[in-house]
Design a protein around this ligand. Structure first.
Ligand SMILES: C[S@@+](CC[C@H](N)C(=O)[O-])C[C@H]1O[C@@H](n2cnc3c(N)ncnc32)[C@H](O)[C@@H]1O
Length: 461
């Protein structure tokens, strides 16, 4: 039922054409692309309840009627994810495309920051997430678990009615055994490690209450300050929609907690209702010196409501630019680029592949090159490409050779326990005449920039 795809970075799966008629296999489900649109006509062909609604509406769905959202969400969940949904009338019924697009973004973030630098989905990787404020639908938990068989989740909520309903949804979908549920209280930490009984988390996912007061909420729902009125009715209860400080207050609390928890969570993420709130969170992160960040946007269709996602990490694995940087926001809010492209100069007739492989093999770093795919990955313990270091390295190599002492290999890459200051990927696109360098790991931006500069100079010559 997907018409087009928002991010061409991920190849469209066969699901693109077959979702509404063929049951998906595991691999398809694990890597569904985000929604760009909803194909109502196709959906009407596969879901009888939605078909009735669609026919009655003569192609103009009435989103002010709560039953429309419920029927649509149930139909999409069933058709695309083989999931059932049952939420009480007085609790939020989540729009699925928007929720899926956030989960899909998290998948890209997790997949692209794997400790073995694979940058693709690894079906064997064990991943644990925390869904903060899971709501009556447990929607994020369900989408994560249903699409990634090796993932497990923790899910919290303070509202008893939502909490019970979340358990019901997980149970009817056979996902409850892969979830640790915790009914919490507002005074507890948002990331309540003590009560969860887990040692580490790979990510958090959160759609916080957006508003500070009923007045604030009503104004926003009536479209104040927006060019168009929101086209869907909101069925949320006050506990779901309101909290002190709204989304900004909620996520600021997450930031404060993360300053103490640090690497106990690899990626802290949350949705934010307004760009202004996202910017305020980024400013807060910057003020604490947290510069391993990512910003995403969640939008479905051009006219629909936009939401922002901010992620941050105290770890040193760097997400690719396609995930980390949503270029349509001002430069000051974007994380530092993790990709550097070297256009081969006009008239360059050298063999870039050979030049790079030879150069990087000569340096004191770990370097593996896949000649067929023209991609290599390297790890360095420090700046090993400046003249002084190279000279010293050459001298030690000669000395070792003279002494004939093979065991006393002075090269860093002979040591297994090397502390990695920089990991990078270099790929060559011969057709486009470009060398692409990606920053995969490391805290020190100066080392990264120095490495890019060194390779750039090689080709400028
Ligand atoms: C906007 S709703 C989101 C529900 C669901 N995740 C979704 O996206 O549809 C926010 C949820 O956060 C819960 N909540 C509010 N404060 C919380 C807290 N301190 N800890 C955990 N959950 C909380 C609310 O009860 C509500 O279910």
């Amino acid at each position: 039922m997907r018409l087009t795809f928002a991010w061409p970075a991920r190849p469209p799966s066969s699901h693109h054409h077959a979702a509404t008629i063929v049951l998906m296999d595991e691999t398809d489900l694990a890597q569904l692309p985000p929604y760009a649109n909803i194909d109502f006509k196709s959906l009407a062909k596969t879901d009888p309840a939605f078909k009735t609604l669609w026919q009655k509406s003569s192609g103009h769905l009435d989103f002010q009627d709560p039953s429309t959202t419920v029927t649509l969400s149930k139909a999409i969940l069933k058709t695309d994810f083989d999931l059932s949904l049952d939420v009480p009338d007085d609790r939020l019924c989540p729009p699925i495309p928007n929720r899926w697009n956030y989960v899909s973004w998290i998948q890209s973030l997790i997949d692209s920051t794997s400790p073995n630098y694979t940058s693709t989905y690894d079906p064997d990787r064990l991943v644990t997430g925390l869904d903060i404020g899971t709501g009556a639908s447990a929607i994020y938990t369900m989408l994560c678990l249903q699409t990634r068989p090796k993932w497990t989740m923790c899910a919290t909520d303070i509202d008893k009615k939502s909490f019970d309903s979340a358990i019901r949804n997980l149970t009817i979908n056979g996902l409850v055994t892969r979830t640790k549920m915790l009914q919490t209280i507002p005074e507890n930490p948002l990331i309540p490690f003590q009560h969860l009984g887990v040692g580490k988390l790979d990510f958090t996912v959160c759609n916080p209450p957006f508003f500070t007061s009923l007045t604030d909420m009503r104004a926003s729902l009536q479209g104040e300050g927006k060019s168009a009125k929101p086209n869907a009715i909101c069925t949320g209860a006050e506990v779901e929609m309101l909290c002190q400080g709204g989304d900004l207050g909620f996520v600021s609390r997450m930031v404060e907690e993360s300053l103490l928890l640090r690497e106990k969570v690899t990626w802290y993420t949350s949705m934010l209702g307004k760009l202004e709130s996202a910017k305020a969170i980024i400013t807060l992160l910057k003020s604490h010196g947290i510069e391993n960040r990512a910003v995403g946007v969640v939008e479905v269709g051009t006219a629909a409501t936009k939401r922002w996602v901010v992620a941050w990490s105290f770890g040193d694995l760097r997400p690719p630019q396609s995930v980390a940087r949503f270029e349509r926001i001002a430069n000051e809010f974007l994380p530092f680029p993790t990709e550097y492209r070297i256009e081969l100069p006009e008239g360059y007739d050298g063999d870039a592949v050979m030049v790079i492989d030879r150069l990087l093999s000569s340096l004191d770093l770990k370097w593996t090159w896949d000649g067929e795919r023209m991609v290599g990955v390297g790890e360095a313990a420090q700046v090993v490409w400046n003249r002084a270091y190279r000279r010293e390295h050459e001298r030690k190599k000669k000395e070792a050779a003279l002494a004939g002492d093979r065991d006393r290999d002075t090269q860093m890459h002979g040591q297994d326990e090397m502390k990695v200051a920089l990991a990078f990927r270099v790929s060559i696109d011969k057709a486009q005449r470009v060398v692409v360098i990606e920053w995969l790991k490391g805290r020190d931006r100066v080392i990264w920039e120095s490495f890019c500069g060194m390779l750039h100079r090689v080709f400028k010559k």
